[in-house]
Design a protein around this ligand. Sequence first.
Ligand code: SF4
Ligand code: SF4
Length: 318
Amino acid sequence: MNKFDQKLNNMGHYPLKAADVSTLQVNMGYKCNLRCTHCHVDASPGRTEEMSSETVDRLIEILRDNDEITTVDITGGSPELNPNYIRFVKSAVNLGKKVMVRSNLAILTEPGMQDIPDFLAKNSVKIIGSLPCYTAEGVDGQRGKGTYEKAVSALKRLNELGYAQEGTGLEIDIMFNPAKEGIAPDQKMLENAYRGKLKEMHGITFNHLIALSNMPIGRLGKSMSTIEKEVYIKQLEEKFNPVTVTNVMCRHLISVAPDGTLFDCDFWQVLKLPVKTRNSNDVKSFDYASLSNREIITAPLCFMCTAGTGASCGGALV
Ligand code: SF4
Ligand code: SF4
């Protein structure tokens, strides 16, 4: 039994089981306009994996047939680069789902993408925009020269369209992650700092900030030695907080890869560890009852989600 499983066992939570599948997290492709140093997906302009039109059709069927799935969380790479992006977002909205899209923001200023902010606003789609720092040096160092300026321009446009403006109901959260391995600072403290700086420097407003530590896999994982990874996991283990366990995101979501394979979370997607439910491990065989009651694969990397206040795609857990 690995060290994380031992902790679960001591708490009577081993094996970890799903509570439901209220969220479908859909990765529409690993291609990205950026090539960030910390990217756990290892996304880049050169990646070619892309969700097909047929897989998108099947996901729309799944959403239509399963009322228990209330939220669709669309991610990538840059999901905007998938030709089915608009169709999928629109279909999920029309089915009455709460739709949130993850964006690196800079993509919204690229040729052919400039109509997307308007489309998202008209459909009341929540945006989670990644901005790993409020300074140009911090962002460009991690994401490439000129990225900060583009992200700021996109945020200004989204504010103009009503995002984070009182009475519109249009929400935009900012996603922070550290430049390398290391535990993200306190989310509330960081949110206050971002709020003050972005307002003062650019007149930009947003709803909430999500602070996520980096998972030592993908591009970041490749840049670290085995010893560095062990030290990092040990640091996380020392901060293990039992209260976070019942709220970890995998207990409430299924992660769908571009090829339609199902995973407990997008970290396991990167590591190619599909769900244990053999009768329902891709979109073709999707079975809500099996997935909502499945045993989740756990490993020492799960300390990333359970250290301190906990971490998830939606931010701190406690
Ligand atoms: S971190 Fe996000 S924006 Fe950066 S390369 Fe990865 S998917 Fe693209
Ligand atoms: S890494 Fe996090 S989300 Fe993935 S299985 Fe472990 S606890 Fe769940």
